[in-house]
Design a protein around this ligand. Structure first.
Ligand code: ADP
Length: 243
């Protein structure tokens, strides 16, 4: 190769390397701004499944990326909630509360973490439903005796992404209280309870919950898919207003 073109190709390589570095830096900055740590990289690829309006300024933190209900499933929960007053007990960054608010009379969205509530409030504004949601920073278990509503929605912590490594997810693995205690507390508000649970949840135990009340509650368990991938199970307890 003539010396001149060898020098040019060396220069070309250096330029390319610099461009790649700049691009990588830009990507890292964008990801940092959006709370995308290496751990949530996989979830970032699914961002439009989580929030179809993601690009309008949706805010999530690391836990939010793991735990928000995919929008398609949240829409399904909302469709079946009956349109009354819904209490979302572990609201997180607001994926469910937003969809409930789109079809319900009112939503009470509770989360113990003020940062989550701030993000949920921001996200609700993006969907134009903030006027239909009362955001409450607090512990659901302490607030329960004061709550009134037609439906209680429970999407309790599953313990992060590691939940899927358990063969049979029993209800005692739910946090911060086991599923039985949580269900009984929810029942003190209304028999109409929607529980969003891991895909590997022990279905026999979920059915058993319905026997905790007398007379036993009707329960229906459905599988929730997004793009043919099973994301979770929803148990609908009670009669009206579910369709
Ligand atoms: P996962 O384990 O499924 O990733 P998270 O740990 O993100 O779930 O928990 C779901 C949400 O529940 C979080 O936003 C968390 O702040 C909230 N949360 C946890 N405990 C309580 C509580 N006692 N009352 C209300 N919200 C709570």
């Amino acid at each position: 190769m003539p010396r001149k073109s060898r020098r040019r190709s060396k220069k070309h390589c250096t330029l390319l390397k610099r461009l790649v570095k700049i691009k990588a830096k830009k990507k890292a900055k964008l990801e940092e701004e959006e709370g995308v740590t290496p751990l949530v990289d996989r979830y970032w690829l699914q961002r439009y499944d989580l929030f179809s309006r993601y690009d309008k300024g949706i805010k999530l933190d690391e836990e939010g990326w793991f735990s928000v209900t995919p929008e398609e499933i949240a829409v399904r929960h909302a469709e079946r909630s009956g349109g009354g007053v819904v209490i979302d007990c572990f609201a997180g960054v607001g994926g469910n509360a937003i969809q409930f608010a789109s079809v319900s009379q009112h939503v009470v969205a509770i989360d113990i973490d003020p940062h989550k509530v701030a993000m949920a409030s921001n996200n609700a504004k993006i969907y134009g439903v903030e006027d239909y949601i009362d955001f409450v920073v607090g512990d659901f278990f302490q607030l329960a005796p004061y709550l009134k509503g037609n439906v209680v929605f429970l999407s309790p912590p599953w313990g992060g992404p590691s939940y899927s490594s358990v063969g049979n997810f029993t209800l005692d693995l739910l946090k911060p209280k086991d599923g039985y205690s949580m269900f009984q507390i929810a029942q003190s508000i209304t028999p109409n309870i929607i529980m969003f649970l891991p895909k590997n949840v022990d279905q026999r135990e979920v059915e058993e919950l319905s026997w905790l009340s007398s007379p036993p509650l009707h329960v229906e368990i459905e599988e929730n898919y997004v793009q043919s991938s099973l994301k979770g199970m929803t148990a609908y307890f009670g009669d009206a207003p579910f369709r």
